[in-house]
Design a protein around this ligand. Sequence first.
Ligand SMILES: Nc1nc2c(ncn2[C@@H]2O[C@H](COP(=O)(O)OP(=O)(O)OP(=O)(O)O)[C@@H](O)[C@H]2O)c(=O)[nH]1
Ligand SMILES: [Mg+2]
Length: 450
Amino acid sequence: MVLEGLGKSLRDVIAHIGSSSVVDEDLVREISKELQRALLQADVNVQLVLEITNRIQERALNEKPPAGKSSKDHVISIIHKEMVSLLDNGEGLAMKPQTIMMVGLYGQGKTTTTGKLALFLSKKGFSVGLIGADVYRPGALDQLQQLGAKINVEVYGEPGNKNAAQIVKNGKAKFSDKKIVIVDTSGRHALEDDLIQELKDIAEASRPDERVLVLDSQVGQQAGPQAEAFNKAVGVTGVILTKMDGTAKGGGALSAVAKTDARIIFIGTGEHIRDLEPFNADRFISRLLGMGDLASLVQMAKEEIDDEEAMEQLARNMISGRFTLSDMYQQMAAVSKMGPLQKVMSMIPGFSNMEDKINYEESQKRLAMYKVIMDSMTKEEKDEPNLIKGKRIERVAIGAGVSTHEVRGLLKQYNQSKKMMSSIGKDRKMRKQLMKQMGNMDLDSLQDSQ
Ligand SMILES: Nc1nc2c(ncn2[C@@H]2O[C@H](COP(=O)(O)OP(=O)(O)OP(=O)(O)O)[C@@H](O)[C@H]2O)c(=O)[nH]1
Ligand SMILES: [Mg+2]
């Protein structure tokens, strides 16, 4: 998981709240201290840390929980909201036909991210063309062409031509039929005048809708001033923070950029071409806090699974209280198709807290075991898991060659997932978000027809 360390300490804070008998001044003060430590370790600016923990402390002590909500849940939701507001600065990249120009210093990840973005957008159904306008670094065009070949996206370049703006003009003409054109540009060690001029010329020639700054998150809090400097020079419309997988300073970079006017549109989470995630503060924090992330899961599932029916089923499950073991079985089967389990694990409600305690190989085995257990249940039992009690548990265990303890474990997991599913189904905002991501499906009417 991105920001492993921060995630772990935040989940410890949540667990601390969960295990306390009452929410009182002492507890609030303790968790405030724990939050401070966690955020400072993730390189978040001291001033920001104090602001946010003071606000959390004040709200936790003064606000009454809304009717029906326990004071523990209320405090957790205050922490969640305040953390989101620390990182939230607007919507991600608009999904529309457009020209995107990538800018940034040496080695920040521009070219790699250009490839990642091309893959992301072509999966969304856009035709994409890439223009190699890095005339500075030898081999830059080769690198882009290799990426393009890997993802089946056309690349335009003119080896030997040193006039970047000219290349971009020709490339735009060549790609007049493409919905999205992404321009990779060259970097420098610092934001020098000649780089600024070159970028201005390229912008003039390509009239980009977005000028996306690519920033290595390893720079931590420095990301803020860098984003501001680039913004002043060439007018940054969005930021992509790369290498979030490899640094403890990602929290510093994220919060520092969020403080500027620039919006963070994606984060790079690895060297693989698929390692790019749209940035959404709410989802990001939910995942860090171990609240699971169904919206992301749906999105991944939608892209990775061709099976439309399975998707619709998944959506129905999420919004209706009727979530059977068969549904969970199907969902798990779909999830295991989705490639590296590591990524997916932290998004599944009920699994997110487990990731520290178990290793991923074990989780794979556990999934396989669940499948075997479910195979020895009747259809009736899978549809109505509450039937599985006493003697039935024994029968299923014997049939699957496992202990009754393991069957109970599966049922417990099921009950947790079910609870989470139905709470999301009741959450209007979450439903809306799901709806948006699932295209035209009318989840509200699905819900009403239940
Ligand atoms: N771990 C990790 N590595 C990344 C990520 N993004 C980029 N990289 C690596 O960072 C290095 C530099 O990436 P490039 O895409 O070549 O950077 P650039 O900004 O185009 O560099 P110049 O063209 O020299 O200015 C490469 O080794 C990439 O594999 C990421 O999100 N995670
Ligand atoms: Mg490059």
